[in-house]
Design a protein around this ligand. Structure first.
Ligand code: FES
Ligand SMILES: [Fe+2]
Length: 373
């Protein structure tokens, strides 16, 4: 073996060890829809790369306007298909020019074949995934590698809207964290007064005891409709304007969706945050909000929303620093109970998929949690 090859193999082994690539289970939930990109990014004949659950993807749009998602790897020799080109219908690999139908991944042309060749071109497929657009995102259904797509796949999650006219806006940010930390950070009620201290939201001194009722829902849990906390300025403003009580309903549903609906009279605000695993050490929050509150311009909302997300992001960057050293962690009652439910839901879902038995819900009925925030 040449010295160069030996060094390369050694290096590969080291990298594999460092990332735990071959052995560790990254704890991803397969067979769900995940947002891969914003719709607006996928235009013309551009091929756009994305990564979901450590699967490299190439996204594009056919000349008929349909979005598609393929594994960003040519089945011939593995070069990323994103280096090739799209003619509106087929993706052509840059290496030997094999062509694949963009929507099915089926090979339609191998230029090197002669009239003598018997190879059945149409039996060759590039990896491809169900792909749809909703709420301004391109969603990809990540079915478990090596398994067949189920006969029917569920609908792409849609943001709930309550009137014809509304404003909508999107924000996103990356977190250098494992998906589980991203998610429990998203549902954690106790960090608010510390991480999100600002004049427009709440002050640390306003911390007080709360009791919230939670109930089980399929694949998740709901903070039952309630009046939002009295120490949050925006909710108080809404109440003042409509003269009607404000009710808030917050749901968490596997694999990664947190939705919040606020209503007061005819006024409504609806938002959804998803935390999507990109790699085992990187996830992304995609946040979309829609509302018909005439007094809330998009730019004001974005300004506050960005501040909020940045506060979470900075905290997660700091946390990642600590987590590098594999510390022991704890979840306490009641403030961390939602995080415990998340882990139980995830484990029970994986177990029910393994055994084929119905999924056991970790909650047997409504529960009241108490914490100070
Ligand atoms: S590697 Fe893609 S055609 Fe050969
Ligand atoms: Fe937060």
């Amino acid at each position: 073996m040449s010295e160069a090859v030996r060094t390369m193999m050694q290096m590969n082994a080291e990298v594999a060890q460092e990332t735990g690539a071959a052995t560790a289970d990254p704890g991803f939930l397969w067979d769900f829809w995940y947002p891969a990109a914003r719709s607006a990014e996928i235009r013309g004949q551009k091929l756009v790369t994305a990564m979901l659950l450590e699967v490299p993807l190439v996204l594009g749009r056919t000349s008929e306007g349909k979005v598609f998602a393929m594994r960003d790897s040519c089945p011939h020799r593995g070069i990323p298909l994103s280096y090739g080109r799209l003619d509106g219908k087929v993706v052509e690999c840059c290496y030997h020019g094999w062509q694949f139908d963009a929507c099915s991944g089926q090979c339609v042309e191998i230029p090197s074949l002669s009239s003598q060749d018997k190879l059945k071109v149409d039996r060759i497929f590039a990896g491809h995934f169900p792909c749809e657009e909703r709420d301004g995102y391109v969603w990809v259904y990540m079915n478990n590698p090596g398994t067949r797509l189920p006969e029917t796949i569920p609908a792409v999650p849609a943001l709930t809207i309550f009137s014809d006219k509304y404003k909508i806006t999107h924000l996103s940010c990356e977190l250098p964290s494992h998906i589980d930390h991203g998610i429990i950070g998203l549902m954690d009620p106790a960090h608010g007064p510390f991480v999100h201290q600002s004049w427009f939201w709440r002050k640390r001194a306003s911390i007080h005891e709360k009791a919230k009722q939670f109930e089980p829902i399929p694949n998740g849990f709901r903070m039952s409709p309630h009046s939002p906390s009295t120490n949050s300025a925006p909710y108080q403003l809404l109440k003042k304007i409509t003269g009607k009580p404000v009710t808030t309903t917050i749901d968490f549903v596997l694999p990664n969706l947190r939705t919040e609906i606020d209503q007061s009279g005819q006024m409504w605000f609806s938002s959804r945050a998803t935390v999507t695993p990109v790699r085992r050490d990187l996830c992304r929050i995609d946040f979309v909000a829609a509302w018909n509150l005439f007094f809330l311009p998009v730019w004001i909302f974005r300004m506050f929303g960005k501040t909020f997300l940045r506060q979470d992001q900075e905290t997660m960057i700091q946390q990642a620093e600590g987590l590098k050293h594999n510390p022991r962690l704890m979840l306490i009652d009641d403030a961390d109970r939602p995080a415990k439910w998340y882990f139980a839901l995830k484990a029970n879902l994986i177990e029910s998929r393994r055994t084929g038995a119905p999924m056991v819900h970790p909650m047997s009925g409504p529960v009241t949690l108490r914490w100070r925030s």
